[in-house]
Design a protein around this ligand. Structure first.
Ligand code: C2O
Ligand code: CU
Length: 502
């Protein structure tokens, strides 16, 4: 008898986990208002999302609601920077490497580095030549308007072969970012659909910025990526990359971790300063020696190094390095320093512009792991606050809210947590308050057993993914949304829609 009940229960769990062929992202979670006001509009938007039904036929938002497609940059404003990206599926062979079935943008991987200056309007036309699953472009770390966020099935439909999609956003931030596909993102990113995005400050007029200054300031973009077959690269090159620079030159090395696991980076031949993390300059960065820097999956670290009077500087990550100096100058390979720079106490405190103690909403994002069914597939899946699939929390906010979130992890593995459209300020780790520079992140490693208190200001309306950037983990359910009350999406996920953001 008990056996029959158990089989019946498991059968019910299986059946209950199977998703419809098309569904709204807004139905993939249990609304959690974090102690702040709930909203009538929310209940309506749920009914509304359901009513749109299968087939992805979008209904217009009802009065008082905003549809994701309306959250865009000023459509009347002409572009200052315009880039065309053509995505292809093809066999790729990196110089000196093994061929693999991958992807290119404008014929190469990584795709072109896109560069713009603060205040400019960036327009990128993404064209899918022949990537069968469809493609999108997500601007990782850039707080773009929601319709430009590039998440298939949430903010747009996947761009199918022969189609184009135009992204437009104003560069309001300054720093090191990157872009990548957010449709079947694990295979597409590993296979090469990504590139660097650098947003420069508006030009200074003082002499220090003068072209031809000596010693020079050199700006170096370094996207770290492991291609299929374990081919570890920096900017698509295996092994050592060489960057020419003269003795005394200062170099800003923009390290971008495009992999699914954290990497450490360290420097030989110079001390360094950590100037920025995730596109946010740190306050009062001091010289560091004998420490490595940990870069979260999806994260960035801008290191400043100085080329010595003789020899070169080596910036090293496991399996690849950049040698910076005059042609032929040498710098030894070294093993990683035992100590890691701790960003909880690095640099100087500074005002943050809002008061986390007066939070409007407080959320828990508790990562665990349980056996169960995810869309009918049995497995040992990631959970959020004990739920999986449609049982995860959907974090509901209002525009203007100050939000505090505690992210804790008892899942047995570390997770690089990434919230779209917002930057998170680290308040504390394991109860120890941040005492250094304000530490803003868009990607944060939360190790097993660790707990972080973070805060953000809800200032960018939309439906925003909040997921693990170990991309297979996202596909295994470590994925939810921060959603603004009153915002609805006409886009649909599910096997009948062609949209599959993980
Ligand atoms: Cu870099 Cu949701 O992604
Ligand atoms: Cu993870």
């Amino acid at each position: 008898m008990l056996g029959v009940v158990a089989v019946g229960l498991v059968g019910w769990m299986w059946w209950a986990s199977v998703l419809p062929g098309a569904y709204s992202a807004l139905d993939m979670g249990v609304p959690d208002f974090g102690g702040g006001p709930g909203s009538e509009a929310h209940a309506d938007s749920h009914a509304h999302a359901n009513a749109a039904g299968a087939g992805g036929t979008a209904a217009a938002p009802v009065a008082g609601e905003t549809g994701v497609p309306d959250l865009i940059a000023d459509p009347g404003r002409p572009a200052d920077v315009r880039v065309e990206l053509t995505a292809r599926a093809e066999s790729v062979t990196l110089p000196g490497g093994e061929p693999f079935d991958g992807f290119t943008l404008n014929g190469s991987t990584p795709g072109p580095t896109i560069r713009a200056t603060e205040g400019q309007l960036v327009e990128v036309v993404l064209r899918n030549e022949d990537v069968p699953a469809g493609v999108t472009a997500h601007w990782h770390g850039v707080d773009v308007p929601n319709a430009m966020d590039g998440v298939a099935g949430v903010t747009q439909d996947a761009v199918m072969p022969g189609q184009t999609f135009t992204y437009r956003f104003v560069a309001e931030q300054v720093g090191t970012f990157w872009y990548h596909a957010h449709q079947t993102s694990h295979p597409q990113v590993v296979g090469g659909l990504f590139g660097a995005l650098i947003l420069d400050p508006a030009p200074e007029t003082d002499a220090a910025a003068a072209v031809g200054a000596n010693p020079r300031t050199v700006d170096l973009v370094a996207a770290i990526h492991t291609y299929p077959g374990g081919q570890r690269t920096i900017d698509g090159a295996l092994g050592d990359v060489h960057q020419e620079a003269g003795p005394g030159d200062t170099v800003r090395v923009r390290l971008i971790n495009t992999d699914s696991t954290p990497t450490s980076a360290w420097v030989t031949g110079s001390s360094f300063r950590l100037l920025a993390v995730d596109g946010h300059d740190l306050e009062g960065p001091t010289a560091v020696a004998d420490h490595s820097v940990q870069i979260t999956a999806g994260g960035r670290a801008d290191l400043e190094v100085r080329v010595p009077e003789s020899g070169a500087v080596r910036v090293q990550v496991p399996g690849a390095s950049i040698v910076i100096g005059p042609d032929g100058a040498h710098a030894d390979q070294t093993s990683a320093p035992r100590d890691q720079l701790d960003l909880l106490s690095y640099g100087e405190p500074a005002p943050i512009g809002f008061d986390p103690a007066a939070a409007d909403r407080r959320f828990a994002y508790d990562i665990g792991r349980l056996p169960g069914f995810l869309d009918g597939r049995p497995g040992y899946w990631w959970t959020i606050n004990g739920g999986m699939g449609a049982g995860v929390p959907m974090y509901m906010v209002d525009e203007g809210d100050v939000v505090v979130m505690t992210i804790s992890n008892s899942s047995g593995e570390g997770h690089p947590m990434h919230l779209h459209g917002h930057h998170l300020l680290v308040l504390a780790r394991d109860g120890v308050p941040s005492s250094g520079s304000p530490w803003w992140v868009d990607s944060l490693d939360v190790a097993h057993g660790e707990s972080f208190e973070v805060a953000f200001v809800a200032d960018n309306p939309g439906v925003w993914m909040d997921h693990c950037h170990n991309l297979p983990h996202a596909a295994e359910g470590l994925m939810t949304h921060v959603a603004y009350n009153g915002v609805t999406t006409p886009f649909r996920l599910g096997r009948d829609t062609g949209n599959d953001p993980e």
